[in-house]
Design a protein around this ligand. Sequence first.
Ligand code: PNS
Length: 162
Amino acid sequence: MPSRIALYPGSFDPPTHGHLSIIQRGLRIFDGLIVAVLQNPAKDALFTVEERVALMREALKNDPRVVVKTFSGLLVKFAEQQKINTILRGLRAVSDFEYEFQMANMNRKLDRSIETLFMMTGEDYFYISSRFVRDVARLGGDVAGLVPPNVLEALSKRFPRT
Ligand code: PNS
């Protein structure tokens, strides 16, 4: 029986419980996932791509069903290289929809064989975004419960609370 693998791409700066929830739920549908961490030198990232990969791997506790890789350039090209035609994305709110809709259609225009599958983010996580986590941590707020313990530790080292 062939196995079904999907690509779960993102910036993951940093990984949050929202991402981990989509990964766990995605694994109920797919046999495995490739988490594709965007390597984008132009983007102002809090954590380097190597740090984001390490944080994601640690948070996943070496689940053999998930492989964490980096990619740069077009996502569809990476998908082609990995021989995967399904992209998994989480959808939090209506505000995500327009961007995700454009991206999914652009990706399908670039490669007709690519399908994007959306999972609704769980009700506990719909308000979490990496950007808010970064901002709140930077401003000394508590992000425990929004991110896994290893990410919390990395954030507290980056932004020591007084
Ligand atoms: O976590 P993010 O930042 O919402 O993830 C966005 C991501 C990485 C999926 C998207 O920016 C992406 O695929 N970038 C690669 C460049 C690309 O393929 N662009 C064309 C699609 S519109």
